[in-house]
Write a new protein. Sequence first.
Lengths: 326, 291
Amino acid sequence: MTPQLTAKPGRAPAHTATVRAKEPGGATARNRKRWSVRKRRDFFVFLALALPNLALIAVFTYLPLINNIYYSTLNWTLGSASATVVGLDNYVTFFTSPDAGKVLGTTAIFTIATVGGSMVLGLLVALALNSKVHGTTFARAAVFAPYVLSGVGVGLVWLFIFDPGYGVLSWLLRGLGQQSPQWINDPQLSLLMVIIVYVWKNLGYCAVVFLAGLQSLPKDVMEAAALDGAGNTRRFLSISLPLLSPTTFFLLITSMISSLQAFDLIRIMTPLGNGTSTLIYESYLQAFGAYNRAGYSAAISVVLFVILLIITVLQLRFVERKVHYS
Amino acid sequence: MTAPTAPAAPPRAFSRANLAATLAGGYLPLLIAVLVVFLPLLWMVLSSFKQPGEIVTLDLKLLPEALNPDNYKVAMTAVPFGQFFLNSTIVTVVGAGIKVLLAILTAYALVFVRFPFRNVIFVLILVALMVPPQVSILPNYILIAGMGGKNTLWGIILPGLGTAFGTFLLRQHFLTLPGSILEAAEIDGAGHWRRLWQVVAPVSLPSIATVALVTVVSEWNEYIWPLIITDKPESMTLPVGLTLLQNSESNGAGWGIMMAGAVLVILPILVVFAMLQRYIVAGLTQGSVTG
C-alpha cells in the first residue's frame, strides 16, 4: 500500500506545473463561473453515484418500517385481498393473550442467557488468548470461526449431537449411566439446547472484541501493580475489569441486539417454536407458519422494533459520552 | 501459526516449574477452546461419510469404515442439491458484487463529491445500519411477491442490495486517505470516475476486500429472507434447501445425509475464512457495525 501512496503524488507535480503555467491569465469572473459549473456537475455526479444505493435503502429498509406499522393496524390474512382497519386491536390481542407472557418471557430468558453466556465465556477465552504463548493467532481465528458459519449448517450439526438416540451426547451420558433427556420434546430443554448452541456460535466474537480491549490496556499501570505485589487475580479484578467497561458495555448492547434477532438456529433446531418462540420467531410463525395472520405478525414486529430502538438509543447516548471523555 | 500443542517455549526464564505453569496456564485453556470449536465440526465431517448402520448403533464408532461418498450422492438426489449450490453461488456472486460496487460508489460520493445535505444523507445511512432486517420481512415479502419476485433469484437478491454496512466502512476508510493524492489527480485533469478507479480504489484495496469478504459470507449464509420468498426447490438457496432435506430425512438413518448437506453449506465459508480470516475478523469487529 505504501509504495502506491508515494508513487502517485510523485508523478503528479510535472503536470501541476503545466496546468499552473496556463492559469495566471484567467480572470476571476471566469474562475467563479467555472467553479459554479463544477459545483453543478458535482451535484449530478453525486446523484449518479449514490442514488441507486440510497433508493434501495429507502425502498427496502425505510419504507418497510412505515408499512409494518400500517399493517399492524389491520385485521388481515396473508394472501387475502381484503383487510379491515382495526386500530390497535392486534396489540391489545397480543398483550392480553397468554402468548404475550410466554413470548416475552422466552425472549428475556434467551437474551439474558445468550448474552451472559457469550460474554462470560468470551472474556475467559480472551484472557487465554492474551497469554504470552505460541499459537494464539491460530486459536483466535479458530474460536472466531463458528461466528461466520451458516446458522442452518451449525444447527443441524448440533441437532445431531443432541439426538437422544444416536447423538454423541447421549452416548457420553450413557457412559455415565444416564439417560439422554428428550431435548426436542421438552420446551424448557429445547430452549436450553438452542441457548447452548447460540453461545457456541457467538462467544468467539465476544472473545475477539474483549481481546482487543485487553491488548489496549495501559501496560505501565499493570506493571506498577505487579511491582506493588498484586497477583494475577487481583490485577484482573481491580484494573483490567474496570478499564474494560467501555468494551463490556459495547458488547452488551451489540450482543443484545443480535440475540433479539436470532432466527436461523431456532428455525432449524426447533421449527415449531415449542418453548423457543421469541418475539422474532413468533412474528415469523404468525405470518408464515400455520396462521397467515399478517396484521398480528406485524404488530409483534413493531413491538420488537421498539425494544431494539430503545437499546440502540441507549448505545448512541453512551457512545456520545465516550467520545466526549476521550 | 504454530499448533497450540507445540512444545512450550516460555518467554522468560526456563525452568521446570515455569514449564508446567506455562502448559497449565497458557496452553491448556487455549487447547480446550480450540477443541470445543473443532470437535463438532470434525464430527460433522466424519459422520458425513458414515453409512446408516454406523450411525444407528448404540456403540459409538468414531471413524467411518470407509471414505464412502454415498451420503453426498443421496443428498444430491433426494433434493436438487446441485441446483441449490448453483443458486447460492449466483445469489452470493451477483448480490455481493453489486453491493460492493454500490458501497464504493456511495462512499466515494459521500467523501469526495460536493453535495448539499451530504451529512444528513450519511446519518440516514447510519440509521439504516441499525434497522434490523428481520422486522422488514413481512412488508418486503408483500412488496416483492407483488412484483412477481416469488421463487426468483432476483427476488432473493433485490431487497438486500442497498448497503449501509459497506458504505459506512468504506467512507471511514476514504476519510483517512491523504488529500494530496486526489488533488494531484484533479489538477492532472482526471474526472471523478478516473479519480475513483485509478487513485482511490487501488489504494483502498484492503478495505474493499474486507467489505467484499464480509458481504460474501453474509450473502451465502442468509436464511430468513430466501426461506420466505421461495417455496419451490428450483429457486432455493443452500440453507433453505437444507431445511427441505431435513424434512425428507428426519429419521435416525438420515443423519449421515444431513451431515453431508451441512458440510456442503459450511465448508466453502470455512475455507474462505481459513485463508482470509484477518480481513473477515477485522471487518466484523469494526466499531458498532456487526453483520
